[in-house]
Design a protein. Structure first.
Length: 175
């Protein structure tokens, strides 16, 4: 078993309230319920530590952006109330990425080709079967980058970065 400190955990939401009196918790999600491969446990951050909690039964979607979960050893609404605002995490491998071609590409993010800074993201040109991202370089040139599962590696909302792995010469052709 991998130690918790070596797991790559991703925040998926936080506990916002109790549901009923028997220890069910409502978790407000920052990812879609359908994007999660839920196994037998999740992690809560309590007092600066990542604590694993097992589910008593499979969690269910709740309203528009929530999840209803019953955690083992949490048996009353009072016990859930002690966990309100606790961040909830899943291992990164349990998050199914949205189809990158259909995902939201934010504007004004730093765009990289692997580790090399290219420029700032602009808007998406929705060309059928080949959406293209407009990127503005430091010297105000416009570069068009195809947005597909082959080139797009990562969109990091917290760091405001978009990382591509582009074929050699693509940027020079555009520039």
């Amino acid at each position: 078993m991998i130690p918790v400190s070596e797991l790559k955990l991703v925040k998926i939401g936080e506990i916002i309230r109790a549901h009923g009196y028997e220890g069910e918790a409502v978790i407000k999600l920052t990812v879609n319920f359908d994007q999660m491969k839920l196994t037998e446990l999740i992690f809560l951050e309590t007092e600066g530590n990542m604590v694993p909690f097992f589910f008593s039964y499979s969690p269910k979607p709740y309203k528009k952006s929530g999840m209803l979960a019953k955690l083992d050893n949490i048996n009353s609404d009072k016990e859930v109330e002690k966990l309100i605002y606790a961040p909830v995490f899943l291992p990164a491998q349990n998050i199914i990425p949205e189809s990158k071609e259909n995902s939201f590409i934010p504007e004004n993010f730093d765009v990289f080709n692997n580790d090399t800074f290219i420029g700032k993201s602009g808007n998406i040109l929705n060309i059928p079967s080949n959406p293209v991202l407009t990127v503005y370089t430091a010297d105000n040139k416009e570069i068009l980058i195809p947005v597909n599962d082959i080139f797009l590696k990562e969109i990091n909302i917290e760091k405001k970065t978009i990382i591509f792995n582009l074929p050699e010469g693509l940027i020079e052709i555009n520039g």
